[in-house]
Design a protein around this ligand. Structure first.
Ligand SMILES: [Ca+2]
Ligand SMILES: [Ca+2]
Length: 336
């Protein structure tokens, strides 16, 4: 029988304890290192997700790297200014032409700011040119806006004595409006546009011509008035006027015939001085008259309209209807 060596036995026990202790240290160290790695990874991810997250999604010129996890800018003024724009406002529905839209915020989240940024100097500059030099009703002209043939506006005649004149404004916008020609002038239409010009009249020229036809029951006069100033007739010219009147009328039903005294019609013509010509037809008749300076001094004072009038005479009999028609021509009788 071999006795066990007590020394060897003691050493073996010691070695066993050492191994156990080492294993425990390695285990705790591993756990500690793993924990450190996990914490570092989480920290890295968190920091990384915040840094460089301020992006400009539309402009492409914004390059902001915040130094902290908080936003660097707190207004569109700051955001635009940082990107070289002197003017800014908060985006509402759209930015205007020539402006830059900048969206500021974290990806995947609602933007912190949406801004419209611009510089006054970079806004579109408009141009306006006017061939007649501005507000000039005596010269035909054309306004061109932004040098665009689709934005051309030519002066035109609004009526016989009114020109529609275009001009540029000081801020290079344009406008147009009606302007009356001076007394004795008419608006002339030309290929270059409408303009006012003193009219040269010759004997025989028609100043105004009109006609009408109607059916009436009633005692009210049927009148038409003529403002000669609308046709460029001044008061200080060297020509004299005449007027040719042609009239015709007829009974429109059988209620007018056979009445004692018969249904008649009265024709009146007023110049600026008042009643100048009157005639009563007791029976239907077609008649033309020529009123001219040899027989009538026709007056035009520059504003009191000439009036031609027709009315039943002596009055309208019950239910008697009348049809009538007329033509009138005002013309230049002679010139000195
Ligand atoms: Ca003009
Ligand atoms: Ca003009």
């Amino acid at each position: 029988m071999v006795e066990k060596d007590p020394r060897r036995n003691k050493m073996a026990k010691k070695s066993k304890r050492f191994k156990k202790k080492t294993k425990r240290i390695i285990l705790f160290s591993s756990i500690f290192v793993a924990a450190l790695i996990i914490i570092a990874a989480i920290t890295f991810l968190v920091l990384n997700s915040k840094s460089e997250s301020f992006v400009n999604t539309l402009n492409g010129t914004l390059d902001i790297t915040p130094s902290s996890q908080s936003p660097t800018y707190y207004s569109c003024e700051q955001i635009c200014s940082q990107n070289g724009f002197s003017k800014s406002y908060n985006f509402f529905t759209s930015c205007k032409a020539g402006e830059t839209k900048i969206t500021y915020g974290y990806p995947g989240q609602l933007p912190l700011f949406i801004c419209c940024c611009y510089n006054e100097a970079t806004l579109p500059i408009h141009t306006c040119t006017d061939t007649d030099g501005g507000d000039n009703k005596d010269v035909p002209g054309t306004v061109t806006y932004d040098n665009n043939i689709n934005n051309r506006y030519m002066d035109s005649c609004f009526d016989a004595t009114t020109v529609y004149e275009y001009r540029c404004n000081a801020d290079n916008s344009w406008q147009g409006g009606k302007e009356s020609c001076d007394s004795g002038e008419t608006c002339i239409s030309s290929r270059s546009g409408g303009y006012c010009k003193a009219h040269v009249w010759n004997p025989g020229d028609t100043v105004w011509e009109g006609s009408g036809a109607a059916s009436i029951i009633g005692n009210s006069p049927q009148t038409s008035s003529i403002d000669l100033s609308q046709y460029g007739i001044g008061v200080d010219g060297n020509c004299r006027l005449g007027i040719q009147l042609s009239t015709a009328w007829q009974y429109a039903n059988d209620k007018c015939v056979g009445i004692p005294g018969m249904q008649g019609v009265k024709w009146d013509f007023y110049d600026s001085n008042g009643l100048e010509y009157t005639r009563t037809d007791t029976t239907p008749v077609s008649l033309g008259v020529d009123l001219h300076p040899e027989t009538h001094i026709l007056n035009w004072d520059g504003h009191t309209k000439w009036i031609a009038s027709m009315m039943p005479f002596p009055f309208q009999y019950p239910d008697c209807s009348i049809t009538y028609e007329y033509t009138a021509r005002i013309y230049i009788y002679d010139c000195l």
